[in-house]
Design a protein around this ligand. Sequence first.
Ligand SMILES: [Zn+2]
Length: 169
Amino acid sequence: MLHVLELKRDVRVLEHENKILKSEKIECDMRTLVLQKDLAKLKETLSMKEEAFVIDFAKLEKEFLKSKQKVESLLVENNKLVDKLKQIESDLAANKCWNRSSQALNWLNTHHSRGRKDLGFEKTHTVYAKYRKYVGLHENIVCFHCGKTGHYRYTCLSRNMSKKETWSM
Ligand SMILES: [Zn+2]
């Protein structure tokens, strides 16, 4: 009799344990479901991100190619500009020589007859060669007093003014 009672008690304990295990199993199943849902979501977002990444990458590649082409064309332009600059520099050097020679010519023209305006002196008119390489221009005269162009030092207005001032002092 005592044995039967013991067995019954054991059965009750086992039943109770079984209940607990069942409820735990249900909870586990629910958790698995939630986890599966989360996994599906993650997969979706990952694939979306991957697509976006692919698109972004393609865009970036395009932009890179564009900027590369731009840089290349800029380099070509730059080379052209460098060539132009060289041309200009050589032109400038030639012009400098040209200025010096025309300045010398002008100086000679205006100075060789200085002080010979008396009776009997006929000022000779300078005849320029028609096909001369260089032509003397007014703008090429440089005043050594004020640095402006168009007149010589001895006709410089500012120089004459300052001279007068110093004389009157
Ligand atoms: Zn001057």
